[in-house]
Design a protein around this ligand. Structure first.
Ligand SMILES: NC(=O)c1ccc[n+]([C@@H]2O[C@H](COP(=O)([O-])OP(=O)(O)OC[C@H]3O[C@@H](n4cnc5c(N)ncnc54)[C@H](O)[C@@H]3O)[C@@H](O)[C@H]2O)c1
Length: 315
């Protein structure tokens, strides 16, 4: 569907990816942003958007945001931390938000939804991992919730006439990168430029996609794929190891620390140590990333360092 002259709801639109998407869409569309600001920044929502501060587990908030005039919902709101302190709560909350949104859409006759899923649905799969890889065996509650939410979207596509876009993201890096390896290293090196403690053995290796590429790809797929269920990996063809990220961040900060390792092959429980998604399906639709993984990491680090307002928090 073409993304102009539409009434669009972006959930999680005060977050890293949602606010960038809102900025992209606001010029040509009537935009409603919903976010409870649990991890979002109010100021990052474009002024021209209607902003609703509210928790999407509350059905009245969902009803306020989505009405019969809505053309499409971009559903990005989620508790996104893989090693959440309360995984059961995370699983239930993320699922409840999605169910509330789907029920409300069905109630008022809105049939288009784009959903931000994740590479974590694949668990520890062979690489590069295509969208039709099976069996899907997530290793975190976060990934399990994403998979169950995708499944629920499928039900609405097949039984209620919805068109669904599922985006299985690699790691997305941008100027505000919640808890994640880049701001984690920046924070640690600001505290102590001599020594950097790296979680795991440093050989974890994943695909990092720039925020700009991520937004561009999402919009492209929504505009070009029209099956009932459209599931696409969004990532880069290249990967970056954690050791390489440490080198890039050190270089950008002009420091030369000794590296210390906590050991083991992964950063934390539920961490998939090696991830690279096949993007052949995306390429066949006509879209290619413009920024390779190393460059996305360097760009993200520089943007965080260049923004004095940015306070990276520890993961
Ligand atoms: N950043 C990544 O690398 C990455 C990778 C894979 C998937 N994703 C997915 O993409 C989406 C956006 O990620 P992001 O990095 O922008 O995260 P983010 O935390 O910056 O944005 C999510 C937003 O959702 C809001 N939110 C959370 N719970 C809510 C609730 N109950 N009601 C209303 N708002 C709520 C938060 O306040 C936040 O602003 C998420 O669904 C995430 O799981 C992100």
């Amino acid at each position: 569907m073409e993304l102009s002259d539409r009434r669009i709801v972006v959930t999680g639109g005060a977050g890293l990816i949602g606010s960038a998407l809102a900025r992209q869409l606001v010029g040509d569309n009537d935009l409603v942003v919903v976010d409870d600001l649990s991890n979002g920044i109010r100021e990052s929502v474009p002024e021209a958007a209607t902003f609703i501060e509210g928790d999407l587990t509350d059905e009245t908030v969902v009803a306020e945001a989505i009405d019969a005039e809505t053309d499409v919902v971009f559903h990005l709101a989620a508790d996104k931390y893989v090693n959440a302190d309360e995984p059961r709560n995370q699983f239930e909350t993320n699922g409840e938000m999605t169910y509330n949104i789907l029920e409300r859409m069905d109630e008022v006759g809105v049939e288009h939804i784009a959903f931000t899923s994740s590479s974590t649905v694949y668990g520890e799969a062979p690489r590069p991992t295509p969208e039709d890889y099976a069996p899907l065996e997530p290793i975190s509650e976060y990934g399990a919730a994403k998979l169950s939410e995708e499944s629920l979207l499928s039900v609405y596509a097949h039984n209620h006439g919805f068109t669904v876009w599922n985006f299985r993201f690699a790691n997305i890096v941008g100027p505000r990168y919640g808890a994640g390896v880049v701001p984690d290293f920046i924070y640690k090196l600001t505290q102590d430029p001599e020594t950097l403690t790296i979680r795991g053995n440093g050989r974890q290796e994943k695909s990092y996609m720039s925020l700009a590429d991520c937004i561009d790809a999402m919009c492209y797929v929504v505009e070009h794929a029209a099956r009932p269920v459209n599931t696409y990996n969004l990532g880069t063809r290249t990967t970056t190891s954690v050791n390489r990220i440490a080198d890039i961040v050190s270089d950008e900060m002009d420091v030369d620390p000794d590296y210390e390792y906590t050991g083991g092959d992964r950063g934390w429980e539920g961490d998939v140590p090696k991830m690279r998604l096949s993007i052949e399906k995306l390429a066949a639709l006509g879209w290619e990333p413009s920024t390779p993984s190393d460059q996305a990491v360097r760009q993200g680090a520089r943007e965080i360092l260049d923004d004095p307002e940015n306070e990276p928090h520890l993961s």
